[in-house]
Design a protein. Structure first.
Length: 441
């Protein structure tokens, strides 16, 4: 009897315990459900808050954007500068506004520093003078100093967070802008459109201008030390008296460019297009011109001492090529099938510095080497038929023979080693040394 009662009590205890557990589980589930609903509500409220915050931020950015653009039109320089730097900050914060800001800043430069605007202004003033019957012409003076706001824009553009092909698919348009004496040191202008721009005297030290369009740009006396101009287009550009030392112009186009008196020492011009380029008195000492195209280029008085000229193309047919530097000089060697002297036909090297050049087997038919300097140059088997050698310095030249010199057009005032000159006169070719040539080709 006692055992049955104990069993009954144990069963009741288990039943009540199970009920208690079930009730506990129910309330736990309720609390979890409520918490989940509260969490969802909180998340929804947070999303709404974040959306409102974004809207507010965008509204603030839009307001800042509008205010900054308005500042660009202010007559006070300090306010315009504030607008420029405000736009830079917005561009760094807002990806959506980044490129529109770049376009605004470049348009600002084109509008406020335009070559065409200045030229038109000059024409207008000149017309007024004529109508007034004044003898003195009044033109707007050409300024060599860049305006503070234009320089500020260039600084912002040069340090922007993205670059051409690295976050940007379009080019910066600064074409036909007056950027004289601009400081663009270490700036990033890869792929920029600077066609017809005036960058005279600009600081372009270590500037990145890869694939930039600089056609017909004015770059006289600019400093290009260690500048990157790989594959840049400099066709027809004006680079007289420009310093381009230690720079990189690999595969750049310099077709018809004006490079008189330019300093290209130790510059890389491999594969560059220099067809028809004007290189009078240019200093190309130690430069790399392997594979470059110099068809119809004018190299009068150019300094080519120690230049690397592997496979330079001087004429459309090149059965001869120039190979790499050897013995601190230039080496021209035969390469391919010879075809009636069409390789260096009538090449212009007047006044060129070819000291220590290796011209072995070079075909220089009708070449103009007047006033050129060739001490220690190797002329073994070089073809000098009808070459113009007036006032040329051959003293110390190697492997130069009377047979070669007897076929030239003139040797008037040319300096030769005494034994060569004596042999030349003894064989009846003294007239080449004594007779002044006419100016006919």
């Amino acid at each position: 009897m006692a055992d049955a009662e104990n069993s009954y009590r144990a069963t009741l205890a288990q039943i009540f315990g199970g009920i208690a557990i079930a009730i506990g589980l129910y309330y736990t589930w309720r609390r979890i459900s409520i918490s989940e609903k509260e969490l969802k509500a909180t998340q929804k409220n947070l999303a709404i808050t974040q959306k409102n915050l974004r809207v507010a931020q965008e509204g603030q950015i839009t307001e800042r954007f509008t205010r900054a653009v308005d500042q660009l039109g202010n007559p006070a320089m300090e306010i315009r500068l504030g607008g420029i730097y405000a736009l830079e900050r917005i561009a760094n914060e807002s990806e959506k506004d980044y490129w529109p800001i770049m376009e605004i800043l470049t348009a600002y430069v084109r509008k406020n520093s335009s070559i065409d605007a200045i030229e038109n202004k000059n024409v207008t003033l000149l017309a007024i003078d004529i109508q007034a019957n004044e003898s003195k012409q009044k033109e707007v003076p050409e300024t060599k100093k860049i305006a503070l706001d234009i320089q500020a824009v260039l600084t912002v553009l040069g340090r922007r967070k993205n670059t051409f092909y690295d976050g940007e698919s379009n080019s910066l348009n600064l074409s036909h802008s007056r950027l004289q004496a601009a400081d663009l040191e270490k700036a990033n202008f890869e792929g920029a459109d600077l066609e017809g721009a005036n960058l005279e005297g600009a600081n372009l030290v270590m500037t990145h201008l890869e694939e930039a369009n600089l056609r017909n740009a004015h770059l006289e006396e600019a400093d290009f030390f260690e500048t990157h101009l790989q594959q840049a287009n400099l066709g027809g550009a004006y680079l007289e008296k420009t310093y381009i030392t230690n720079s990189y112009l690999v595969e750049a186009s310099l077709m018809g460019a004006h490079l008189e008196d330019a300093d290209f020492r130790w510059t890389h011009l491999e594969g560059a297009d220099l067809v028809g380029a004007y290189l009078k008195r240019a200093n190309l000492e130690g430069s790399h011109l392997e594979g470059s195209h110099l068809i119809e280029a004018n190299l009068t008085e150019a300094n080519l001492k120690g230049a690397y000229l592997g496979k330079v193309e001087f004429e459309e047919v090149e059965p001869y090529v120039i190979s790499s530097k050897e013995d601190d000089g230039i080496r021209l060697i035969a390469a391919g099938k010879k075809t009636d002297y069409e390789d260096f036909f009538e090449i212009e090297l007047k006044g060129a510095n070819l000291a220590s050049a290796n011209l072995a087997s070079a075909n220089l038919t009708r070449a103009d080497l007047s006033e050129a300097n060739l001490p220690r140059a190797d002329l073994s088997e070089a073809n000098l038929n009808e070459a113009k050698l007036e006032s040329t310095n051959f003293k110390g030249a190697k492997n130069l023979t009377v047979d070669q010199l007897s076929k030239v057009k003139t040797l008037y005032n040319t300096k030769l080693d005494p034994e060569i000159e004596a042999e030349l006169r003894a064989k009846g070719f003294g007239y080449l040394l004594d007779d002044k040539p006419d100016d006919k080709p």
